[in-house]
Design a binder for this molecule. Sequence first.
Ligand code: NAD
Ligand code: ZN
Ligand code: ZN
Length: 350
Amino acid sequence: MKAAVLTKYNQVEWKDVEKPTCKPGEVLIKVIFGCICGSDQHIHTGEFHPRTTLPLIMGHEFGGVIAEVGEGVTGWSVGDKVAPDPIIWCGKCPACLKGHFPACTSLKLIGIDMDGGFCEYVSLPPSMLYKVPANIPDEHVALVEVLSIGCHAKNRANVQQNDSIVIWGSGKIGLCILQAVRTVTDNKVFMVDILDDRLAIGPQYYDNVIAVNAKKEDPVERIIKETDGKGVDIAFEAVGHPVEIEDGANPITGCIRSIVGGGKVCVLGLAAEPTSVVFRELIWKEGTIVTSRVSHGEFAEAIEHLKNNRLKPEALISKTLHGSEAQKGFEILKKDPAKNIKILLDFNTI
Ligand SMILES: NC(=O)c1ccc[n+]([C@@H]2O[C@H](COP(=O)([O-])OP(=O)(O)OC[C@H]3O[C@@H](n4cnc5c(N)ncnc54)[C@H](O)[C@@H]3O)[C@@H](O)[C@H]2O)c1
Ligand SMILES: [Zn+2]
Ligand SMILES: [Zn+2]
């Protein structure tokens, strides 16, 4: 079969590799679309080394149809549309025993710690699969993983009907959080970013979304003004490593300053460097900080929302390339992040 293989860092090659056999207890999936994630961009440059070993077939965001059902597998048929949950948790560590699987101390993902889905076929146990109704377009099946991250963040922050929201970061994750919160609340959602092209996406797809460019105005002042001096109920941080703004607060501080008394901040950004936060401001508000990591069962929720047209996956798709053009996809994302959110890779038409 053909696969997009990371043969050395910064280089993906379209190569012939051995097609996996459908082992007993597994199903063979014909991959239709894969989707390049921000983590894939970091893997591509070698930042995940030595966690990643080469050659590697990347791809933890993908979808397809079952091509073969292995011995002993029941309840699954050839032709079923599926979205694989790429996470493998151990089930034995203290976090897993508490039922807190996203915090598993030996959490692994296919496409990072082992070969993934940027190829024609993958063999997986059905325990990793979610069935997708036929009415969901193949392109959107590849987005279930990232949309489930938005749903998980929404659930971790316990967003309620009529909550007002700010999302710091209108990138891949921020836009997934926007879609998830819109399944619950119609109230104001502020999107804060520094790139006008990215800020244009939210208001294009949803009413009552207010875009705020943190380089042009003080987001906190704007949020306080537009919420009649109160602040928002929930603030999400989905920036990670922030571009510094002269005289501007860092995103987590911005979130703390934007919430109403008793409000909540949900942090998702995976910055490696320390962030200075004055906790006094949070304590005065008796605010809560929660974090959100990957997803935990929200594949089912994302699929249900997609089935009922409650999400706008098309808002995330900037381009579709053929699987053989994976390297070009990485180059485009690096060169022009403002104009590109998600790039899909087609592994169906070979
Ligand atoms: N917790 C999780 O489960 C999880 C999952 C995936 C990704 N992440 C992390 O979430 C973060 C965001 O990921 P992404 O894929 O959406 O990245 P992204 O690059 O697509 O989006 C980040 C956005 O933040 C904006 N930004 C940068 N500096 C800013 C500033 N000072 N103020 C306002 N906006 C600013 C950028 O312009 C960009 O649009 C990353 O740190 C990523 O590692 C977390
Ligand atoms: Zn991802
Ligand atoms: Zn574990």
